[in-house]
Write a protein that binds this ligand. Structure first.
Ligand SMILES: [Zn+2]
Length: 196
């Protein structure tokens, strides 16, 4: 295709020279590789396209002739299936990207393992005395900084926070990592495996 060739067009009485080619349209399946920040829009566009295909191929009112109806129904199913296929594939790829982002270590630890580790009671790892406070919160001395009054708190949803000089918070996984001084990219995986 010669992209330097132009054609003259007239718009509202004025004449313009425009390139004589139609820009290729970018399919949604490829758009997810280009527009990383717009994944949610692409997802919505796929879902909308699927809905439109469904809308454009409605069920018909039975004609009374079973053969005609079944042929129509068969065609309708094929049209919908071939129409939505590409969008469904794109949605699947978006989902697996989301999963990979949520759990970048998927090949080594499962989502279930992470969930199990998050449910491991922080109180069971805590070495020391805990006092029950309001809202089922428990308070004790912070294991991460030296202090005389309790500013470390374990919340009912099994998250921890330190209102003292740490001023940090997290879940059972980050508690384990901090407690054992784990560092580096393996720390998260080690902690999750330890908390099974
Ligand atoms: Zn602290």
């Amino acid at each position: 295709m010669d992209k330097n060739k132009t054609i003259g067009v007239e718009i509202d009485g004025a004449r313009y020279e425009i390139p004589d080619y139609t820009p290729e349209r970018l399919p949604l399946s490829q758009a997810i590789n280009v527009f990383e920040d717009n994944i949610m829009d692409i997802k919505e566009a796929c879902q909308l396209n699927i809905l439109h295909i469904m809308r454009d191929n409605p069920k018909i009112v039975p004609s009374g002739d079973e053969n005609v109806d079944s042929i129509y129904e068969g065609l309708r199913e094929i049209k919908i299936k071939t129409g939505v296929e590409g969008y469904q594939k794109t949605l699947k790829r978006i989902k697996s990207r989301d999963d990979a982002r949520r759990n970048p270590h998927r090949s080594r630890i499962t989502d279930e393992m992470i969930q199990t580790a998050r449910e491991y009671p922080i109180a069971d790892m805590y070495d020391g005395h805990l006092k029950g406070g309001e809202d089922r919160r428990q308070f004790g001395l912070c294991p991460f900084h030296s202090e005389r009054s309790s500013s470390f708190c374990i919340h009912p949803d099994n998250r921890w926070s330190c209102f003292g000089s740490c001023n940090e918070h997290g879940d059972s996984i980050s508690f384990f990592i901090k407690l054992h001084g784990l560092t580096g990219p393996e720390a998260f995986i080690q902690a999750v495996k330890a908390l099974q």
